[in-house]
Design a protein around this ligand. Structure first.
Ligand code: FAD
Length: 303
């Protein structure tokens, strides 16, 4: 078996790359197929994802746009209860942040507002393969103005909190990832134990576990933990001889290493830090959240 320490990677560099790159890089975490990323791998990968119904990949990048519209057009948008749009009123109309998934589904709804049709249409014109199967109504408003990541970064604090989305990839135990996925405003993509077969060479032919912070390595408790993980791994590898990874994974424990991308706006990161760095939080969660908060706070003091 392999034992590793928990870690994290702030993925803001991905937000400065073309949207397709961010979606592909985050999407491939599920299959641990990052080695397949090349100059022209994004479109076939994402076209397949868009057609397959693996919708959360399409949540992993957002666009922010200013759109000119009247009060009546704003009301018509709000009447469709766009739960997954971040919306601010501006002098000219609206400032909206939305993921590809949110736009796809808004534009395919029974009632489509002029704002949703115009915004989705403008994004679909750039990335038609992400909207395959979605019958988009015609745009009736002036084209939206898309904001670059640097323009979003320069927004006043209240808008920055709302419109700046940031992804973090965690390498943690399944116990910690299970707590992370309770944060409902976030989007998540996680290494799949259904698809990943840890007996393969690319996984080192072993199951990887997260070192538990609870037990010093020379303690009897650590030795007991290690023996339990060895036994679990042996059972997993034995079951793989006759069954699939999704069946064999039923013997894998909470300490199993997983990779999970958490993607949300800064307002939700602030909420996560409040809950997950407090003394009441689970120590393995604090182990990873305290350094992450310190690093992000250096850039965004309000976190
Ligand atoms: C110390 C600690 C102990 C815990 N113990 C347990 C436990 O024993 N068992 C257990 O099941 N869970 C437990 N949890 C998980 C906890 O109950 C929450 O599910 C988790 O922390 C997600 O946080 P949240 O609900 O505040 O907000 P998030 O899901 O992160 O949502 C952010 C905000 O969105 C709003 N929001 C989101 N969804 C809704 C909604 N449906 N209705 C209204 N408002 C909404 C709220 O304002 C919320 O603050 C624990 C968490 C902590 C930090």
């Amino acid at each position: 078996m392999i034992i590793v320490d928990p870690s994290y990677e702030i993925q803001d560099e991905l937000d400065r790359q073309p949207l397709l790159r961010a979606l592909e890089a985050r999407g491939r975490v599920c299959y641990k197929s990052e080695d397949k990323i090349s100059e022209d791998s994004a479109i076939p990968f994402l076209s397949k994802i868009a057609a397959s119904g693996h919708g959360s990949v399409l949540e992993m990048a957002v666009v922010t746009a200013e759109i000119s519209c009247s009060a009546a057009e704003t009301a018509a948008l709000l009447a469709t209860q766009p739960r997954f749009l971040l919306i601010d009123e501006t002098e000219k109309g609206l400032l909206i942040t939305a993921s590809i998934r949110a736009l796809r589904e808004l534009a395919a709804a029974e009632t489509v507002s002029a704002v949703a049709a115009t915004l989705a249409g403008a994004v679909a014109a750039k990335y038609p393969f992400l909207f395959t199967g979605a019958a988009l109504p015609p745009a009736t408003l002036p084209p939206p103005r898309f904001l670059s990541i640097d323009t979003v970064e320069a927004l006043p604090q209240q808008q920055l909190l709302c419109h700046r989305f940031l992804g973090v990839k965690f390498v943690v135990s399944r116990a910690v990832s299970h707590e992370l996925v309770r944060h409902r405003p976030c989007s998540f993509l996680q290494e799949s134990q259904r698809y990943c077969n840890y007996s393969q060479a690319r996984f080192g032919q072993h199951v990887t576990f997260i070192r538990p912070l609870f037990y010093p390595e020379d303690s009897p408790e650590f030795a007991r933990w290690e023996a339990a993980m060895t036994e679990a791994e042996a059972a997993y590898l034995h079951l793989l001889a006759t069954s699939s990874p999704q069946a064999a994974r039923t013997v894998l424990p909470n300490s199993c290493k997983t990779e999970i991308v958490v993607y949300c706006n800064l307002a939700e990161w602030r909420h996560i830090f409040k809950l997950r760095t407090s003394n009441a939080a689970e120590p393995s969660m604090r182990e990873i959240m305290l350094p992450l908060q310190a690093e992000l706070k250096a850039r965004y003091s309000f976190l």
